[in-house]
Design a protein around this ligand. Structure first.
Ligand SMILES: *Cc1c(COP(=O)(O)O)cnc(C)c1O
Length: 341
């Protein structure tokens, strides 16, 4: 059933699927992308032999549209999502979707559903979910030769309300293999993280923290967010690893950290070193930054900064990025794009 705007409570949206009026769809056939367009139907029709149902050719993205104070709508670095989508497509042997068209389609979907972009003061946003699946029939293991690309939109609340420190547990499982698909935003990585995250939730943790899959010594990332720490010397550090997804929030915070004199660096971070961080956080579009209150490993809890309060450096980085996203403050050139007709 279509979401009715009058049924929405902007302050309590949560992070759940809703069927909005319009989405964008383009199909790939005979070696090329067909012209895409806005469609109303939220359903996809697939053959039982469709590649995605058996061998998992799926990639996706996640980005947000922000309602500014003056009522206009911002996108934050959408060309970065378009480019990462290309990299994910290449890793999954899928045809890249033209990056300019990706950004144009995102804007089309925002405009078509613009009454669903939440008001500025609600703290909520319109989340965009571009994705692509292999649709042609396969039985032997092979890449599809037909694909569907879609972008749907959903109004979402602040993922984790405000800056509340969360408890994490180091997982015994791996999220992605060393030279696997960790750098691609693909369903398979999430499929393998479901059981670890269910188990973590059952034990009362917000999510898992994964170690590097080769030595289980260095921090990789959380289930759906990158890790950062502030060293005792006050340096912003974030893991360098071939099995993590390069977060656009991370890339952006690296730049802001540089401006704030935090001398940021991407390098390997051992678990032992992470326990001694002054502050730490999880970085991703959904929550921007979710502060790490504690990390539990082999039954022992290591508190980072505080389980109740967020550290000053984390708070400042968070506030600066959010202000740029909403257009309250000017960010680096090109970070924010206004969506207009
Ligand atoms: C999407 C995602 C992130 C966060 O990336 P952003 O571009 O900042 O949203 C981090 N890790 C994984 C595994 C992800 O899928």
């Amino acid at each position: 059933m279509k979401q009715r705007i009058e049924d929405l409570d902007w302050k309590n949206l949560g992070f759940v699927y809703r069927d909005l009026p319009y989405r964008y769809e383009a199909k790939y056939k005979d070696g090329q992308w067909q012209e895409g367009k806005l469609v109303e139907a939220s359903t996809l029709t697939l053959s039982e032999g469709a590649e995605i149902l058996h061998y998992g050719q799926e990639i996706f993205e996640g980005l947000k549209a922000y309602r500014r104070k003056d009522g206009k709508i911002n996108l934050f670095r959408p060309e970065q999502n378009a480019h990462r989508f290309t990299l994910s497509a290449e890793r999954l042997a899928m045809p890249p979707f033209p990056e300019e068209q990706f950004v144009a389609a995102v804007k089309q979907v925002v405009l078509a559903n613009q009454e669903f972009v939440p008001p500025y003061d609600s703290g909520a946003t319109l989340y965009l979910r571009p994705f692509m699946v292999g649709t042609s029939n396969v039985l032997g293991v092979q890449a599809a030769n037909e694909y569907t690309f879609r972008i749907f939109a959903v109004p979402v609340g602040a993922y984790i309300k405000g800056l509340n420190p969360a408890a994490y547990i180091v997982s015994d499982y791996d999220r992605a293999a060393y030279a696997g698909t960790g750098q691609a935003k693909t369903a398979g990585n999430y499929a393998s993280s479901l059981l670890p995250s269910v188990e973590a939730h059952q034990k009362g943790y917000a999510d898992c923290l994964y170690l590097d899959p080769r030595e289980h010594k260095y921090i990789d990332e959380f289930g759906g967010a990158n890790f950062f720490g502030i060293t005792p010397e006050g340096q912003f550090v974030t893991p360098k690893s071939p099995s993590i997804l390069i977060s656009i929030t991370k890339k952006s915070l690296l730049e802001l950290a540089k401006k704030q004199g935090l001398n940021p660096v991407e390098r390997q971070i051992t678990l032992a070193e992470a326990f001694g961080m002054k502050e730490a956080g999880a970085m991703g579009t959904a929550a921007v930054i979710s502060p790490v209150g504690s990390i539990t490993y082999q039954g022992q809890k290591h508190v980072i900064y505080s389980e109740k309060e967020t550290g000053p450096i984390t708070t400042k980085l968070y506030q600066e990025l959010v202000d740029i996203q909403y257009g309250n403050e000017e960010g680096p050139e090109g970070w924010v794009q206004e969506v207009s007709e």
